[in-house]
Design a protein. Structure first.
Length: 579
């Protein structure tokens, strides 16, 4: 299976900082865009408010002018005289009545031309014939019918308004009408006597032109609403006659509603509504948004270049360190890496150098062990003839002694032969503790006879401990040291050999109550580095072998008191599965 390629540190650093900066840029873009959207929305609403104020002022001016116009007509003595004569029937025939009406129209003509926003002027008398004095710049029978249709309604409402000018919405092409009553000034006793009604109609286009001043964005529009919430005038022809709720529903996108500003137009007795779709607000900031996006793209590119340069600079010491490690081979572990730049890398380099030193030491130690074993095998091969000759000779002597009925000598020869075989064929190998103890018993049998049973050996050995694997001739040199040096010239000597398992370690202890060891000799055991295979009998040899085999600093633990005792301990790790 192909091993998955790991990511480099530089790549990881670059991805991290680029992701972090991208999130920051997007958040920055969102916040700036939202804030600018709010500002644009506020500006549009402020512009709409100003436009509404101007529209309100324009309609106030219109009402003021019409109020002034109708007051002049109301106060015109000649016009009032003609209207009163017609109202009281002071004419002889219908032709004379028509003549008076024509004279009144001549007087009204000047008023008709006073303002360009006036569409028509009409005076509707309350005489028995319902005489009409009607003037229009562009005569239209439809407009005339509008005047007549609202004649009674206008008169009734104007009377309730005590003769003051009144505005009416009739929902037609020319739908704004202002009306005022005319009284009979000659009949002072009947001051409430109404002789007629003056009605002035405003041009519809003029109203639309005023509303267009409220259009501040391409999609915005303005409307006039009557008391029922119905659109009477709008900058969009398709909105006339609709309800405000229907208009707003059409311009909503489901989640947001258009921005609306409402203002009462008291002069028209209607409500002005200015609507700005959300799309117009977004469109107003599109240029800024595009500029911001371009700026962020440039910033991202610069940031990418900067991150790559920084990551390269940050990881350069690490790459140098890795290159040095890769240059070190198994035969070149004496070299040391030299890393600088950051304290963390320097610490890693220092630990790596310590590891190289440790590896080098282990290689050297293993080399020494291998060399010694090789020399031992060579010497064993060179001396292979002599052991066979000795074994055969000992067997011959043993048979001769047996015929002479000397069992003690026979046992000594047997023990000596076993020991020679053990030391010749097992040295340098691993044996069980039971095998080592057996050879120690052979050795002590011979030594007890030699020293005339001047000492006694005791064994304290656990059954499980006998199954453990140990290097050959690890315990025997300790016993030999105790017999030859410790118990020499001792008549009541005691030798104790103990094997136990403690905390997953095989503990070997050899104790004697002999002459003891001086501290100088103990130090020589620990410090000795000499010795070949031929000289590999002694405490220093055992100490060195244990140190090399189990990678410990001290192979033996020696405690002694001169003239009293010597105790030597060995701790050997228990190998799993090797018993």
């Amino acid at each position: 299976m192909k091993k998955k390629r790991s990511k480099s540190i530089a790549f990881s650093i670059s991805i991290f900082f680029i992701s972090l900066n991208m999130v920051s840029f997007l958040l920055f873009f969102y916040l700036i865009n939202s804030q600018y959207f709010k500002i644009a929305k506020s500006n549009i609403l402020e512009n709409n408010r100003i436009a509404a104020e101007n529209i309100n002022k324009n309609f106030d001016d219109v009402r003021f002018y019409l109020n002034d116009l109708t007051l002049k007509m109301y106060s015109d003595a000649n016009l009032n005289d003609i209207c009163s004569r017609i109202f009281r029937g002071e004419f002889e025939n219908n032709a004379q009545r028509q003549s008076l009406a024509f004279e009144a129209e001549s007087l009204c003509y000047d008023y008709l031309l006073s303002y360009n926003f006036i569409h028509s002027v009409g005076i509707f008398l309350e005489d028995s014939a319902k005489t009409d004095i009607y003037l229009i710049k562009n005569y239209s029978s439809t407009t005339y019918q509008v005047h007549r249709a609202y004649r009674e309604q206008a008169q009734e409402q104007v009377i309730r308004n005590k003769g003051a000018i009144k505005c009416y919405d009739v929902g037609k092409e020319h739908s704004i009408i202002f009306a005022r009553t005319i009284k009979d000034f000659k009949n002072v006793l009947k001051d409430d006597q109404i002789t007629g009604t003056v009605m002035v109609m405003i041009r519809g286009q003029y109203i639309r032109d005023i509303l267009k001043n409220a259009v501040t964005t391409p999609g915005s529009y303005a409307m006039l609403l009557n008391g029922d919430g119905e659109v009477t005038y709008a900058t969009r022809d398709d909105l006339n006659g609709q309800l405000l709720s229907e208009v707003v529903k059409e311009d909503s996108d489901g989640s947001t509603s258009p921005q609306m500003l409402e203002r009462e137009i008291e002069s028209l007795e209607q409500k002005l509504v200015i609507v700005t779709p959300v799309q117009d607000i977004s469109l107003s900031i599109s240029s800024f948004k595009n500029t911001l996006i371009e700026f962020l793209i440039i910033l991202v590119i610069l940031n990418l270049i900067l991150v790559l340069l920084i990551s390269k600079k940050l990881t350069k010491p690490m790459h140098t360190f890795v290159d040095q490690i890769q240059d070190i081979g198994i035969t070149d572990i004496a070299r040391k890496v030299d890393a600088s730049g950051y304290s963390e890398i320097e610490n890693i380099a220092e630990d790596f150098n310590h590891m190289l030193t440790r590896i080098q030491n282990l290689v050297n130690e293993n080399y020494v062990i291998s060399l010694n074993e090789k020399n031992a095998r060579i010497e064993a091969l060179q001396s292979q003839i002599n052991p066979h000759f000795i074994f055969n000779t000992l067997d011959t002597i043993n048979w001769k002694v047996m015929f002479l009925d000397m069992p003690e000598v026979t046992n000594m020869i047997t023990c000596l032969g076993d020991m020679l075989r053990y030391t010749t064929y097992q040295y340098g190998k691993y044996v069980t503790a039971s095998q080592e103890i057996l050879q120690i018993k052979n050795y002590l049998y011979i030594q007890e006879i030699r020293y005339d049973h001047s000492f006694e050996a005791f064994y304290d050995v656990e059954e499980e401990a006998l199954k453990q694997v140990i290097p050959c001739l690890i315990i025997q040199p300790l016993v030999e040291n105790a017999v030859v040096h410790g118990l020499k010239d001792k008549k009541d000597g005691v030798l104790v050999i103990k094997l136990r398992i403690e905390e997953n370690m095989l503990k070997i202890m050899v104790f004697d109550n002999g002459n003891g060891m001086e501290q100088q000799k103990i130090r020589e055991v620990y410090q000795s580095t000499e010795g070949t295979i031929k000289e590999s009998i002694g405490l220093s040899n055992v100490n060195k072998r244990i140190c090399l085999t189990y990678s410990v600093e001290k192979g033996l633990e020696i405690k002694s008191r001169v003239g009293h005792y010597t105790r030597i301990e060995i701790l050997i790790p228990i190998a799993e599965g090797k018993k």
